[in-house]
Design a protein around this ligand. Structure first.
Ligand code: AMP
Ligand code: ZN
Length: 112
């Protein structure tokens, strides 16, 4: 837990979210400013700033985030989806608690 981290606060239920999944290690919730008809975030409860901060001890947790994406996307009715991890200021990261974006629900997502 990092004191003023918004995703730690969501993980600790200190602020509300539109939660779609939770277990002891991970929480997933809809993005507050969706960029697609379906846009949710998969977030480890452990406060890790970004992908740059990850080490080998985080390998299983990172794998878990990725494997949750197709499971939760299917539950949200998506036949396909796009994932994204913004990393660092130069990578467009705004919330410095690592998270995996999942986008879908358009007939076809635009090419990046
Ligand atoms: P990033 O630019 O990858 O750090 O993305 C941060 C994302 O978190 C943005 O898409 C925001 O819309 C989203 N976000 C910020 N605050 C909240 C919140 N309280 N609940 C849900 N999503 C949030
Ligand atoms: Zn945090």
């Amino acid at each position: 837990m990092s004191g003023d981290c918004i995703f730690c606060k969501i993980a600790n239920a200190q602020i509300p979210s539109k939660k779609i999944y939770e277990d002891e290690e991970v929480i997933a919730f809809h993005d507050i400013h969706p960029n697609a008809p379906v846009h949710f975030l998969i977030v480890p409860k452990l406060h890790i700033e970004s992908l740059i901060s990850c080490e080998s001890q985080h390998q299983a947790l990172l794998g878990k985030l990725l494997l949750l994406a197709p499971k939760l996307a299917k539950e949200q009715g998506l036949a396909g989806f796009r994932t994204m991890i913004n990393t660092g200021h130069d990578g467009g990261q705004e919330v410095f608690h690592i998270h995996l974006h999942v986008f879908g629900g358009s007939a076809k997502l635009p090419k990046t």
